[in-house]
Design a protein around this ligand. Structure first.
Ligand SMILES: [Zn+2]
Length: 427
């Protein structure tokens, strides 16, 4: 109870608009698709007008194309507007920021896929809206964000960061996994007994589920929600997760720049947050407009993911009419293209992991794709005929005949084009 009380006070201080946004979102849950789209159009018109009025960048861009905000009469008219890339966000950062006196803003920063940092300001209402979207998603599972929760996030903590993080976690009624050390994992799993939900990197949730199953550790009994974020949730994860946690891992899809784009409902469909974003799918790629963020408008933003929107107007049994996102297929530039199919670059990780696990063959490698249907493998070690055969078998088991490949061995590590990168796509 105490933790909930602290949570509430923190929330009112940091996000005074949260409660109002949440109430609104609980209301729009009942809306029809037509109502949602009408609302989207209004929000889009407002956003485009605002950007034109207060952002020198959008003013310049729209003027150059001869577009007035009044040109947006239907949702489809968004196609008339220019696309915004990550590079634009970095290059024109100051110019994109709107000249408007917001009451309260937060600094936001995130790193692009290239590793370059994107920085911008985010006003309080938008931050609150995003938290409200998450809170609504939780409500579908009978969970409140302030319930006891286990958290899986990055590991890079200095001693003092660790202390600070622990204090902040306690205030938010959560605990986290700080490392994969056996003792740490065991302690974490013990704490899960009292958790209502867990969230974080899907690969870490999967690893923890595997530990529970393999070591036959006590399974958490009170979990209502297992939420994976930030990484693709592979189907292969779900068996272990269901076995350990009694339910599948659901997915929350979003980015710092866009807010939560979609949240999976209890019936297993990812519903687009139509109140906050407008999503287009162009050449399998997501183009997303943030309908809320005014201090730094992201209009037609190329987020860098491949997606598949549902185009059949599938009706979901959960009762929501919100658009459905069938799948986030992968990061642009990190997928492998076969002659016919597309594969996650994670397959390479599995190929080499299998070699290490099954045959104790640990290799340092880099794989490059320059053209469709072809991969070039570079391996530091010198391989015996038998080892070469093992590698070829693994490659074939994942890509069959859909990919031609070459293997160059005895390569010097320093000759790798980009250090530390196991896969480079130049295609
Ligand atoms: Zn649903």
């Amino acid at each position: 109870m105490f933790s909930k009380w602290i949570y509430k006070i923190g929330q009112q201080f940091r996000n005074p608009s949260l409660e109002r946004e949440y109430q609104f979102l609980k209301e729009t849950e009942k809306w029809s698709l037509a109502q949602l789209e009408a609302h989207q159009l209004k929000q889009l018109q407002k956003m485009v007008s605002f950007a034109y009025l207060y952002s020198p960048y959008y003013k310049r861009k729209f003027d150059a194309l001869g577009i007035q905000p009044s040109a947006i009469k239907r949702l489809q008219d968004i196609a008339k507007l220019p696309v915004l890339t990550k590079q634009d966000v970095i290059t024109f950062n100051a110019e994109i920021h709107t000249r408007y006196p917001f009451k309260k803003q937060f600094k936001a920063n995130t790193s692009g896929s290239s590793g370059a940092a994107l920085n911008y300001l985010r006003e309080e209402e938008t931050d609150s809206f995003n938290r409200a979207v998450i809170q609504r998603g939780y409500s579908w599972f009978g969970v409140h964000p302030s319930d006891r929760n286990g958290y899986f996030w990055g590991f890079n903590f200095s001693f003092f960061q660790k202390i600070k993080t622990r204090i902040l976690d306690t205030l938010q009624n959560r605990f986290r996994l700080f490392s994969y050390q056996k003792k740490e994992v065991k302690g974490f799993i013990h704490k899960l007994q009292k958790a209502t939900y867990i969230q974080g990197y899907s690969s870490m949730i999967y690893e923890t589920a595997k530990q529970i199953n393999q070591q036959q550790l006590p399974k958490p009994k009170q979990l209502k929600l297992v939420k994976g974020t930030s990484e693709k949730i592979f189907d292969s994860y779900q068996d272990e997760v269901v076995k350990a946690f009694g339910q599948k891992m659901i997915s929350e899809y979003g980015a710092a720049e866009t807010g939560i784009i979609a949240f999976e409902c209890p019936k297993g469909n990812m519903h687009i947050t139509m109140e906050g974003v407008l999503v287009e799918e162009i050449d399998n790629e997501i183009i997303v407009t943030n309908l809320k963020l005014k201090s730094f408008p992201f209009i037609r933003y190329k987020l860098g993911d491949y997606i598949a929107l549902d185009k059949t107007n599938k009706i979901c049994k959960c009762g929501l009419s919100h658009q459905i996102l069938n799948e986030v297929t992968g990061r642009v530039g990190s997928s492998i293209y076969g002659k016919k199919e597309m594969y996650p670059s994670l397959y390479l990780y599995y190929i080499f992991k299998n070699l290490a696990k099954k045959h104790h063959l640990k290799l340092n490698y880099q794989v490059v794709q320059k053209e469709k249907g072809k991969l070039e493998f570079f391996v530091v070690e010198k391989l015996s005929d038998k080892e070469l055969q093992l590698l070829e078998n693994e490659i074939c088991s994942y890509f069959k005949a859909d990919i031609d490949y070459t293997i160059a061995q005895n390569i010097k590590n320093k000759d790798f084009t980009q250090k530390k990168k196991s896969f480079i796509s130049l295609y």
